[in-house]
Design a protein around this ligand. Structure first.
Ligand code: HEM
Length: 184
């Protein structure tokens, strides 16, 4: 019964985090592509030039940012949800569930150690993304710029982790050997 409860909590927290990360990635994709401010400004400019009107580049970018805002708000809302979910995730081991395994444990083989280290790097990366995201939103304006340049690096470890996670999952399915960093 205890194990079933642990699996249920693990499943809910894991999939809630996965769904939030997918939504965060979609917002970043849209911001970099279809909803990119320069791209949107270009569309507005093209339309205005067919009606003999014009705006300054600054005005075009302001307008583009306003169009992008309702989509981008989702990055921030889901960011806050992730802060909540990761806080739950990090506190759960204190209640005896979803404990982290120790990668220094001598009984682990190379593959297991490698997997656990990847998770640790991922958790450090996520904590950094969430903290820097919160500072951009809630922190003092004068440190916004340098913090933003750290925050935008989030993409690199995240995509790297997702690829490794999916490859690891596929390999473990193929070898039918179950494994996870979590003690359920
Ligand atoms: C897993 C968590 C997160 C990831 C992977 C992530 C990733 C990113 C990335 C890659 C960008 C840059 C987009 C671009 O190319 O311009 C960005 C921007 C931003 N993020 Fe996040 N983010 C996360 C969480 C958060 C949180 C928790 C908040 C705030 C509550 C937040 C607020 C922002 C804001 C305000 C920007 C825009 C900064 C600007 O205007 O240049 N993010 N995020």
């Amino acid at each position: 019964m205890k194990n079933r409860n642990h699996s249920l909590i693990f499943g809910i927290v894991h999939w809630a985090i996965a769904i939030c990360i997918i939504i965060i990635l979609i917002t970043i994709f849209l911001r970099l592509n279809w909803m990119n401010k320069n791209h949107l400004a270009g569309i507005i400019q093209n339309y205005l030039s067919t009606t003999n009107q014009s705006l300054t580049q600054d005005q075009l970018i302001q307008l583009a940012k306003q169009i992008r805002k309702p989509m981008w708000n989702w990055h921030i809302y889901i960011g806050y949800v992730l802060v909540g979910l990761f806080s739950i995730r990090l506190f759960l081991p204190l209640f005896g569930t979803m404990k982290f395994k120790n990668p220094f444990n001598k009984e682990l083989n190379f593959k297991e150690k490698f997997r656990f280290w990847i998770y640790i790097v991922f958790y450090i990366g996520i904590i950094l993304s969430l903290t820097t995201g919160m500072i951009i939103e809630l922190g003092p304006k004068d440190i916004k710029k340098p913090i933003e340049s750290i925050h935008v690096l989030s993409n690199y470890y995240l995509i790297g982790f997702i690829v490794l996670h999916l490859v690891g999952l596929l390999l473990s399915k193929l070898s039918t050997k179950k494994g996870s960093i979590i003690e359920k």
